[in-house]
Write a protein of this length. Structure first.
Length: 349
């Protein structure tokens, strides 16, 4: 065991990646999954491998559906409690993004027991439990392994009425687009890993990453909300592109209206951004209009425990924005879905 106190340990230095930026690049992931989309048919499986959605959904046959997801990653911050809390919030978000309410979670923990004290892993679990308690669910079990790098996450089970299922592929032309958390989380946490982030900037980012996306369960009850997804490792443009492809539509984003952490520009001016940013851009560059440097680095910034991307009918604007307001989310539209055009995503100033 390394002879260091927990206060001296920087968790992020024990892993080669961080948060949702650990995701396998989209182009590589597509190659991995190309032979696994087809197989035995399960009529009750409403959302599964055939879709690029946030969670699996199974019809229970009584007017309700089970939603199941798993998500885990390597440390996004150095504080063990916050790492566990962020990872838990991120995993639960997939249930909210489908329109469901979580029921229970199972923990997934990998820990280098020869490098990091067990007490630190206990702090990770305490952080996760704190967020599960906020969501009203237990951590009912889990699995641990001795691994070369630390990682943590949850497998989460939820439930919803069939009528409240919200896929990422059911948007309609004319829908307004909303984003419930500001962008820039990947930029600030990358600066933190490099020892360059201001403490108040990191605290703000951590606060957003520990904010549950429970507005998703409320939004799904409104028939004017057509599609939802959460914005994580592929950035706003990556997840919006999945929504456009699934809905066979295009989207227009007005960059000036996209919520962002106010501190982000100071880091972008120093070209501080995660590696995943450029991997996402390489995947998307033929599907989007020309971007400025600032637009690219912000709109492709991988978010960890990011906000929900919502497509809603303009007629529902007042009700949708009231729900967002009640949950302390940004309430202004950032763009809209359009009939399919030459590009998937058009970005304007």
């Amino acid at each position: 065991m390394t002879d260091v106190t927990s206060e001296a340990i920087r968790l992020t230095q024990f892993a080669h990646g961080a948060g949702c930026g650990c995701k396998i690049a989209p182009a590589v992931l597509k190659d991995m999954l190309q032979n696994h989309r087809n197989g035995q048919e399960f009529p009750a499986l409403l959302v599964g491998n055939a879709e690029s959605d946030d969670a699996a959904v199974m019809d229970l046959g009584d007017g309700s559906a089970l939603v199941s997801t798993t998500d885990f990653f390597m440390p996004i911050v150095d504080d063990a409690f916050d790492f566990g809390a962020i990872a838990a919030t991120n995993a639960i978000s997939d249930v909210y993004a489908m329109g469901g309410s979580p029921l229970l979670a199972l923990a997934i923990l990998g820990w280098p027991v020869d490098k990091l004290p067990a007490a630190l892993a206990s702090e990770v679990m305490q952080g996760a439990r704190s967020m599960c308690e906020q969501a009203g669910i237990p951590i009912a079990g889990g699995h641990t392994i001795d691994s070369p790098e630390p990682f943590f996450g949850l497998a989460v089970t939820g439930k919803m009425l069939l009528e409240n299922i919200r896929k990422n592929s059911t948007g309609k032309a004319g829908d307004l687009l909303y984003l419930t958390k500001p962008l820039g989380l990947g930029i600030v946490t990358t600066a933190s890993r490099r020892g360059l982030a201001e403490s108040e900037h990191l605290a703000e980012a951590v606060n957003w990453m520990k904010t549950l996306n429970r507005c998703g369960a409320d939004l799904a009850k409104h028939t004017g909300v057509h599609a939802m997804t959460d914005v994580t490792g592929f950035g706003l443009l990556g997840h919006l592109n999945e929504m456009c492809e699934g809905s066979q539509l295009s989207a227009e984003i007005q960059f000036s209206t996209v919520p962002r952490l106010e501190c982000v520009k100071s880091y972008l001016d120093r070209f501080i951004y995660p590696d995943m940013t450029m991997k996402t851009f390489s995947w998307l560059k033929d599907s989007i209009t020309e971007l400025t440097g600032e637009q690219l680095l912000l709109l492709c910034d991988p978010q960890t425990s990011g906000g929900l991307l919502i497509a809603a009918d303009p007629s529902a604007r007042e009700e949708v924005e009231e729900i967002l307001r009640q949950h302390n989310c940004p309430v202004s539209p950032i763009g809209s879905l359009l009939a399919r055009g030459e590009k998937s995503i058009f970005v304007s100033a």
